[in-house]
Design a protein around this ligand. Structure first.
Ligand SMILES: Nc1ncnc2c1ncn2[C@@H]1O[C@H](COP(=O)(O)OP(=O)(O)OP(=O)(O)O)[C@@H](O)[C@H]1O
Length: 355
């Protein structure tokens, strides 16, 4: 397994840049997830790495080897898509053995090699099932075994589990984590599912409008977003605009101690981190429940602070009975508070011009 390095990678279609100046390093054995909305350019990045499209400028390197101009079949990368794309006339074993057979290995040794990968994906007993007789989840496992059996330097996964139902997707996540422990492949995973990215990846790269807005561990991306766009991309809801003076964020919601130094900025915090109680503690915010939504096994409360000037969203267990109108106290743990400095007008106009 190799490192993967992208340097100033840019791709334009019809003179319009889809991705711009992407710099990204994936260490050997690391899994990085590229997360972004539809059309952000995620699949384009994978296609450039795989050699399916030429870059407009910039470089792709695998290990210490620059692969620009190297044809796709000689790059040593495997690409797995949302659909398994198995050969329908072959059984599971021969689908997995395909790469070894094409590189000239004997049928027997290719099949032995393929069988070990089918076992790795827990389909050892399905070797002689035709591709057309496999369920969607089984076919996707075979596709994963086929990608791994090619022993690629880098494994590229393009929304590999998004066509599966939630239970199967969860099983595939467990399987991929197990494969990471056993084989340590270098993985670049593209997804628009923040949960999937957080569960599978060591680091996440947030792709917005063709550029990487932030790259960091899932924990930091959730709790220390660099911009409001990243915060919102990660499903963040709570944003309170104000001013920081002497280590305190002042807003219409109240005064809250923060670690940010000074200046105008938006206080953000995850709704999952907010504690809601009926008894008030010093330093907490007082509010009134405005609305409640059931979110699966939890409830989401919308709480008005200071007569409704600010609304904070919090999650609570369904056992907490707080109908609209209930008076509550909100505890925002110090570690959950993060201030995003207001973007200077010059930076904003630069971003607008670029877009
Ligand atoms: N061959 C092409 N010619 C012209 N435009 C293209 C081509 N391939 C992709 N694009 C455009 O590039 C942009 C990014 O596409 P891409 O498939 O990389 O996005 P994505 O982030 O993977 O989206 P999704 O999550 O919907 O798959 C889109 O606006 C798309 O229309």
């Amino acid at each position: 397994m190799s490192t993967l390095s992208l340097h100033s990678l840019t791709k334009a279609f019809n003179e319009s840049a889809v991705i711009r100046d992407i710099d990204l390093e994936v260490a050997a054995g690391e899994c990085v997830a590229v997360l972004g909305p539809s059309g952000a350019g995620k699949s384009t990045i994978l296609r450039l790495i795989a050699g399916l499209e030429p870059a407009s400028s910039g470089t792709v390197a695998l290990g210490d080897r620059n692969v620009d101009g190297v044809p796709a079949e000689r790059r040593g990368v495997a690409l797995m898509f949302q659909r398994p794309l198995l050969f329908p006339h072959l059984n599971a074993l021969d689908n997995v053995a395909f790469s070894a057979r094409s590189s000239g290995k004997s049928k027997r040794s290719s099949r032995l090699h393929a069988q070990s990968y089918l076992e790795l994906v827990q389909l050892g007993d399905f070797a002689y099932r035709r591709a057309t007789e496999l369920s969607g989840g089984q076919a996707q496992r075979v596709a994963l075994a086929r990608a791994l059996a090619a022993e690629p330097r880098v494994l590229l996964l393009d929304e590999p589990f998004s066509a599966l139902d939630p239970q199967l997707r969860g099983e595939m996540h467990s399987l991929l984590r197990q494969i990471r422990r056993e084989l340590s492949p270098t993985i670049l995973l593209v997804t628009h599912d923040q949960h999937e990215a957080a569960v599978l990846a060591d680091r996440m790269a947030i792709l917005l409008n063709g550029t990487i807005a932030q790259i960091d561990t899932p924990h930091h991306i959730y709790t220390r977003p660099r911009s409001l766009s990243v915060h919102r991309m990660m499903g963040g809801i709570n944003e309170i605009f104000g001013d920081v003076r002497d280590g305190k964020h002042h807003s219409t919601a109240g005064v809250l101690t923060v670690s940010h130094s000074s200046g105008a900025g938006t206080l953000v915090f995850r709704h999952e981190a907010v504690g809601v109680t009926e008894a008030s503690e010093p330093g907490d915010l007082a509010g009134v429940v405005a609305a409640m939504e059931v979110i699966g096994a939890r409830q989401r409360l919308h709480i008005n602070i200071n007569g409704g000037n600010v609304t904070v969203c919090a999650e609570a267990p369904p056992t907490l009975h707080l109908p609209p109108g209930s008076r509550v106290s909100l505890h925002i743990p110090q570690a959950a508070r993060h201030v995003i400095p207001e973007e200077a007008p010059a930076t904003m106009s630069k971003i607008l011009k670029k877009g």
